[in-house]
Write a protein that binds this ligand. Structure first.
Ligand code: FES
Length: 78
């Protein structure tokens, strides 16, 4: 992913639930990081990444937008 805005150099710890659909922000412009709020439509370059989880627990979602395993943090912010 190129040209996206890094929002924070640390992941976001969030509790995710099964049977829910989530949209991870790929552009970095959302005010509801790490989730999409629709702001990407202004530039039109990015689309959110849809994902869900198979286990209800706390996850670390990437905020720096450099992860190789989106939407999860892989330590690339370090
Ligand atoms: S606001 Fe960033 S992908 Fe939607």
């Amino acid at each position: 992913m190129d040209n996206q805005k890094t929002t924070k150099n640390s992941p976001e710890k969030v509790k995710l639930e099964i049977e829910k659909k989530y949209y991870w922000c790929t552009c970095g412009l959302s005010t509801k990081q790490p989730f999409c709020d629709g702001t990407h439509k202004v530039k039109g370059e990015f689309r959110p990444m849809h994902f869900d989880v198979s286990e209800q627990k706390e996850y670390f979602l990437c905020n720096c937008k450099k992860t190789k395993n989106p939407p999860f943090c892989d330590g690339s912010h370090k």
